[in-house]
Structure formats: structure tokens, C-alpha cells
Write a protein that binds this ligand. Structure first.
Ligand SMILES: NC(=O)c1ccc[n+]([C@@H]2O[C@H](COP(=O)([O-])OP(=O)(O)OC[C@H]3O[C@@H](n4cnc5c(N)ncnc54)[C@H](O)[C@@H]3O)[C@@H](O)[C@H]2O)c1
Length: 427
């Protein structure tokens, strides 16, 4: 198939590369001229393991092309996939301005039949709205189908998730359109869930809301563990062994961040309240996630005790999770802001990200960051942090105190090295 993927971000790039690799001819377009210029030269603007090789291979095989001219490729490709951003607006709703631009461009170019796939995460009712919008702009209804096909990949493992998805959800009005999209994914061995568009749109929001709930749930249980001096690691292992619950997303820590969970929980809350539905559970999920940072701050303040000289805090990690360069809604950054606000000197290191933050000093290595530090906070579970030279870290720090923001470090090993270790729910 000839496919035009609109939006060369984390989702668009990965999906375009995998579809090209699976035998389709893919034209991936973006309004960002710099991004497209880089991609054409084989420079990948984001960090995603394995993506550079996959893109370059398919560029060389002439199956993957990058362009700024979306309209040109929308006009000739029978399949258009929309993968633009849907960030949070100020009121918590999904900001649909990028999707609207794409719909306008489709309306202006459409001359032959198109299967329009909505890959972006969009509020329930969007497919119906797009259909009406295109018709109001004079597009004949027989010239297109809108298919909702939400994406579930995780940054850091995006290619693996795209090649081996748990399921592919296809929401369509007409079965012919659903079959066309299923055919596009024919090379992927997975379960296909064919449903209606509204349900497909809701599946995406409900999935992210559920995962966020799991994280806030385990963080709340960690608070009880802290009160009893019980170990959340044992508790979460015991819970996770129950197949009805499952072990994933049961890691207590700084809470969830990233470009999806916070915005999608907010967007779901927004659409629910617009229908008069109050989401008590999700309000609690958000509240727990916000206060998780304060729990860490209090632990750090407690560890510092009375001080005369300005405390120096080393923070390892800025991205919202390991194996990505994405810092959107990163809890690590939210913590750094609060630490500087409290008057602490913050020396930070991340393998990929050095965002400009007032009063945060970025260091050239994790070891430079810990020099003379009173506390080391591991805010992102990068593998290199977990495997650090702890002997070296201990000799460099002023006081050997480690706060584990992801409950990911080997507590026993750190204690053997002479560190005072603090996580959440770790006695
Ligand atoms: N990032 C994830 O892990 C993830 C996972 C599942 C679903 N999603 C959803 O997928 C969608 C895309 O997310 P992302 O993280 O890839 O976003 P992103 O911000 O990384 O990329 C979006 C891209 O779209 C481009 N764009 C904006 N308007 C355009 C237009 N009119 N024409 C062409 N390009 C345009 C932007 O320049 C940008 O490069 C969002 O709705 C998101 O919620 C993301």
C-alpha cells in the first residue's frame, strides 16, 4: 500500500518505519522543516532504540520517504494516517488544532477515495466530527472512511511494541474500511479487535487511565508500607503474581509522567465532565501522582536535617523514563524545580536531556554531578545509573545518602557500600 503518515513524531516515525519495513511504501510528512531536512539526511531527531537503523534501511530500499508537502502525498496515497500531537489545552481538554490543520488539508486535496486512519489519541466522538467536517467542506461521503486506530506503543520500546503489539484496535463504521486497515497490518501477528469508532477512541483513553491508576495505586500502598516499615517491593511482587492483576506498572516511585498519561487522564476527565460524569477515581489518581513528589521532597528534607551550608543535591535523570529523550511532563523535572525552589543547589545529569531549568546546573557525567553532594536522587531508571560505580560515588559525595525515585536500585548492595538508602515504601 502507499501510505501517507502525517506527523513525524515518536508515533509517526516509528509507525512509518515499521510499515515501510513490512513492505508498504510510506511517505512521512511533517510541518517541521528542520526535522524533515534532518530525516532526509538520515539524522533521526528523537532517541528511540533501533529507530535510526530501521529508518535508514528503508530509506535505502526506497520504501520510506520524508517530505514537508503533506498535501502532495495525501493527494496520491489511498491511505492517510494522522499521527500529529494532541497535547493538553489549558482547560485539560485535548488541543485539536494540529488535527484540524490536517483535516483542512485533506479537504483541500481529496479527489479520490481515501482510508483516513486516526492514529493520534483523540477524544470520543472525534471520528464523527471529522466526518462531518469533511462533508461540510464539500467532500463527498463516498470519497473517504475515517477509521480509529489508536496507538499503544511505549517510548523506549516503540519498535518492539509496534512489531509485537498486544492488540490492534480498529474502529470503523464500514467493515470494508476496517478490513483495509487490518490488511495494512497483515504482517503483524496479534489479536485484531474490530469495533466501532467511539469504542476504539474510548479504549485508548481508558487504557492509559487504567495504567495511571495502577501506578497511583501502588504509590498509595507504598505510603502504608512506609508507615509500617514494610517493603513495597515484596508487596507489589505478591500482588503482581495474581494473574488477575499482573506485575507490570506496579513499581512505586516518583509517579507517572510523559506525553501521554497526564494529558490523557486530563482529557478523559474533561470529556466526562462535559457529559456530566464525575470521575472520582481518576481525580484521586491525579492527586496521588501530584503529591508523590512532595513525599520525596519531605524525605530529602528529613535526610538533610539542620543545615548551615546550602545543601547540594545531585539528580540523575531528567527524561520521564529511561531509554527516551522525551522530557514532557517529566516527574524528574518537576522534582528539580521544587528542589531549587526550596533553596537547594541542584547538580543534574541525564544521558540525553539537558533542558534549561532555572538554577539547575547540568554536569558532564553522573560522577561530576555527585561531587560534594549531600543527597543523590535517582529520578530516572537509566541502566547506566543502576550499574554505577558506587564505590566512586561514595568517595565523591559529601554525605552518602541515596534517594531512589524509581525503587530501582539494589538497596542491599548500596547499604553494603555504606549508603543510607531511601525509596518509597522501603524500610
Ligand atoms: N509518544 C507516545 O508514546 C504515544 C503513544 C501512543 C499514542 N500517542 C499519541 O500519538 C499522537 C502523536 O504523539 P507523538 O508523541 O508522536 O507526538 P510528537 O509531538 O512527537 O509528534 C507530532 C508531530 O506532528 C507534527 N505536526 C503537527 N502538525 C502537523 C501538520 N499539520 N502536518 C504535519 N505534521 C504536523 C509535529 O511537527 C510533530 O513532529 C498523540 O496524539 C499522542 O497522544 C503517543
Amino acid at each position: 500500500m502507499e501510505i501517507c503518515v502525517v506527523g513525524a513524531g515518536y508515533v509517526g516515525l516509528t509507525t512509518a518505519a515499521v510499515l515501510a519495513d513490512r513492505g508498504h511504501t510510506v511517505f512521512c510528512t511533517d510541518v517541521d522543516t528542520d526535522k524533515i531536512a534532518k530525516l532526509r539526511k538520515g539524522i533521526i531527531p528523537i532517541y528511540e532504540p533501533g529507530l535510526t537503523e530501521l529508518i535508514k534501511d528503508n530509506q535505502q530500499r526506497d520504501t520510506l520517504f520524508f517530505d514537508t508537502d503533506s498535501k502532495k502525498h495525501m493527494a496520491h496515497c489511498p491511505v492517510i494516517m494522522i499521527a500529529v500531537g494532541t497535547p493538553s489545552a489549558k482547560d485539560g481538554s485535548a488541543d485539536m488544532k494540529y488535527v484540524k490543520h490536517v483535516i483542512t488539508a485533506i479537504a483541500e486535496t481529496i479527489r479520490s477515495y481515501k482510508t483516513i486512519i486516526m492514529k493520534s489519541t483523540v477524544p470520543p466522538g472525534t471520528a464523527d466530527w471529522v466526518e462531518e467536517e469533511l462533508q461540510q467542506r464539500g467532500t463527498r461521503p463516498d470519497l473517504f472512511d475515517i477509521v480509529s486506530n489508536p496507538e499503544f506503543l511505549r517510548e523506549g520500546t516503540a519498535i518492539e511494541d509496534t512489531v509485537h503489539p498486544d492488540r490492534i484496535v480498529i474502529g470503523a463504521k464500514r467493515s470494508e474500511a476496517a478490513m483495509k486497515v487490518q490488511e495494512m497490518y497483515a504482517s503483524l501477528q496479534t489479536t485484531f479487535l474490530l469495533t466501532n469508532r467511539l469504542e476504539a477512541e474510548l479504549i485508548k483513553y481508558a487504557s492509559n487511565a487504567f495504567l495511571a491508576t495502577k501506578i497511583s495505586f501502588i504509590n498509595e500502598i507504598a505510603r502504608i508500607c512506609d508507615a509500617y516499615s514494610a517493603d513495597i517491593m515484596e508487596v507489589s511482587q505478591g500482588i503482581g503474581l495474581d494473574e488477575r492483576i499482573g506485575s507490570r506498572f506496579l513499581q512505586a516511585g516518583l509517579g507517572y509522567g510523559g506525553s501521554c498519561f497526564p494529558k490523557d487522564v486530563n482529557a478523559l476527565d474533561y470529556v466526562a465532565s462535559s457529559k456530566g460524569v464525575k470521575l472520582d477515581l481518576l481525580h484521586a489518581v491525579k492527586k496521588i501522582n501530584r503529591s508523590q513528589i512532595d513525599i520525596y521532597l519531605n524525605k530529602i528534607t528529613h535526610a538533610l536535617g539542620e543545615w548551615t551550608e546550602k545543601p547540594r543535591i545531585a539528580v540523575w535523570g531528567a527524561t520521564f523514563k529511561e531509554n527516551t529523550d522525551d522530557i514532557r511532563y517529566s516527574q524528574a523535572i518537576a522534582l528539580m524545580k521544587k528542589l531549587t525552589h526550596r533553596g537547594y543547589a541542584v547538580y543534574a545529569y541525564d544521558p540525553l536531556a539537558t533542558p534549561e531549568l532555572p538554577s539547575v546546573i547540568w554536569c558532564s557525567s553522573p560522577y561530576v554531578a555527585v561531587e560534594q553532594a549531600d543527597v543523590l536522587v535517582v529520578a530516572t531508571a537509566w541502566h547506566s545509573f543502576l550499574e554505577a560505580d558506587w564505590h566512586k560515588v561514595k568517595t565523591l559525595m559529601r554525605r552518602p545518602v541515596i534517594v531512589d525515585g524509581r525503587n530501582a536500585l539494589d538497596k542491599k548492595n548500596l547499604e553494603l557500600h555504606g549508603f543510607a538508602y531511601m525509596g518509597v515504601g522501603r524500610p
